[in-house]
Write a protein that binds this ligand. Structure first.
Ligand code: DC
Length: 238
């Protein structure tokens, strides 16, 4: 009798706009694994805070109000004809959460302890049955420290700003390249220096600098690493 391959957890962390979501999504689709964009969850909570008057015009977040509300916010993902969309309390907010306004407010929201705790718990629940690819900032360090496969993706701030700039244009929310670059640099700084789960490479993560790689090259790199890791987990190590 042939034994079924054990499914694994794939954690993909890295800088904003490093292309990790695109790679993670493709890997999950090729493998028939579930894909979870943890950044979308932080963005959805940020949108919720914006829509409910919890973010002041100067950007200050009402931490007490958000901490009280966060456990009752419902976030899920639905497969649509356009791909996976984020649902906030049942409403499709995929386009809204990608706006520059949400990008500008998300880092302080993601630095709040109660928000991180609530979202980390949910992310861990998504992974109970394994067979999952999750991308974010702290997946290999905090959410799934025992993930079988960990990747840390990086690229220069300019390359990443250029990618985000094109993405915003495609989504119909144009903004200047300079503003996008400033946002990328500021978010890197906040993500790397925040007290709670700062962005850092897990000791056992494999680094991928994709500054000068095409998408197919990145996909091939990721699939090769998956094949090697999965073979090892299933005792087919050679
Ligand atoms: O990957 P992204 O740009 O969509 O993420 C949005 C924000 O959420 C980003 O500023 C950092 C934060 N984030 C986080 O703190 N932890 C995660 N696991 C994922 C995202």
């Amino acid at each position: 009798m042939t034994q079924q391959n054990k499914k694994i957890i794939v954690a993909i962390d890295g800088y904003s706009s490093s292309g990790k979501s695109t790679m993670a999504k493709k890997l999950a689709a090729d493998l028939g694994y579930r894909y979870i964009d943890s950044g979308a969850m932080y963005r959805a909570v940020t949108l919720f805070a914006m829509e409910n008057g919890m973010i002041a015009p100067d950007g200050t977040v009402d931490e007490d109000a958000l901490s009280e509300a966060v456990n009752s916010i419902h976030i899920d993902f639905a497969l649509t004809s356009e791909g996976q969309h984020t649902l906030l309390n049942g409403k499709d907010v995929e386009h809204l959460i990608r706006s520059l306004e949400v990008s500008n407010h998300v880092s302080p929201v993601a630095a709040i302890h109660s928000v991180r705790k609530a979202l980390t718990d949910r992310q861990q629940r998504f992974g109970v049955e394994k067979g999952i690819v999750m991308d974010g900032r702290d997946i290999g360090t905090t959410v799934f420290p025992h993930a079988e496969m960990k990747v840390f993706v990086t690229a220069s701030p300019e390359k990443r700003a250029h990618r985000r700039y094109l993405e915003l244009q495609q989504n119909g929310t144009p903004s200047s390249y300079e503003d996008v670059l400033a946002n990328v640099i500021e978010r890197d700084h906040i993500d790397e220096t925040r007290k709670e789960s700062p962005l850092r490479k897990a000791d056992d993560a494999v680094v991928l600098d994709n500054s000068d790689m095409s998408l197919p090259q990145q996909e091939e790199w990721l699939m090769n690493l998956f094949n090697k890791t999965e073979a090892k987990v299933n005792g087919r190590d050679c």
